[in-house]
Ligand binder design. Structure first.
Ligand code: FE
Length: 257
């Protein structure tokens, strides 16, 4: 990957530019011309795949307590903080919205409140992608090896997200190799602040691809571009597209979605 050409993934639709993980945020990411749109999936108490980041409702909605304890009939009535009309979307609603657009979904599978994978969630989410014709342009991500290592996820490009504390506790890249092996992917992602040129070279020598998440400031976005990472997530896709356009000499081309 040439420096300056990395793909830009609007994190939760661009969480510093629109209320995160809402249809409005996803429309925003599409309209900007972001390459990818990242969103988080978990299950309601009655097994409906919904798009929401936190394990609890408190920070981002007018509800309280664990999301996974509420059936969809209750979740659908909640309002998302900062959004005029948007509530928590179902995965189905998000995929319906993205399917007719050129944006590439980047679907993160979140754990259940007990820290384990939601039973059957990966299979249901991937079946939904298939129904919407999105399998060919979706990447599945997770911090949890178990979501990536078996079943239908193995048919898709996968990125193992790495918590920086875990990365340090494992002693860096060599300590991650068994996890990558178990996850069945050679693509790992770390926060941009934990990646430098030496680490990118070391990963490459191990046959690993490294990419970044949480590149939100201009200097972090520039670092991701300078390092030639294939993709990075950002809460500020507008800024990232502007920074990349400065390198390539082509202005961002907003879509009239
Ligand atoms: Fe996420």
């Amino acid at each position: 990957m040439n420096p300056g050409t990395g793909r830009i993934a609007a994190h939760r639709g661009g969480a510093l530019e629109a209320p995160e993980n809402t249809i409005g945020a996803f429309d925003h990411a599409v309209a900007l011309g972001a390459d990818e749109v990242e969103f988080d999936v978990q299950l309601s108490a009655d097994g409906v795949p919904v798009v929401f980041h936190d394990a609890t409702l408190d920070r981002m909605t007018d509800g309280t307590g664990p999301l996974a304890a509420r059936p969809w009939a209750e979740l659908r009535g909640l309002r998302v903080a900062g959004a005029a009309r948007d509530g928590i979307p179902t995965l189905q609603a998000v995929l319906e919205r993205l399917a007719p657009t050129p944006i590439a979904p980047r679907m993160e599978l979140k754990p259940a409140p007990d820290g384990r994978p939601f039973d059957g969630m990966a299979a249901r989410a991937i079946a939904a992608l298939d129904r919407h014709g999105l399998l060919a342009r979706t990447t599945v991500t997770s911090f949890f090896v178990d979501y990536l290592r078996e079943g239908p996820a193995t048919a898709l490009p996968r990125i193992l997200l790495v918590n920086p504390l875990v990365f340090r506790c494992l002693g860096g890249l060599p300590g991650l190799l068994p996890a990558a092996e178990r996850a069945g992917t050679r693509h790992l992602a770390l926060p941009i602040g934990d990646i430098d040129a030496a680490l990118v070279r070391a990963a490459s020598a191990e046959g690993l691809t490294l990419s970044a998440f949480a590149a939100h400031r201009a200097d972090q976005i520039d670092a991701a571009l300078d390092l030639g990472l294939p993709v990075f997530t950002t809460d500020r896709p507008t800024l990232a597209l502007e920074r990349r356009a400065l390198r390539t000499g082509t202005p961002p081309s907003p879509r009239t979605a």
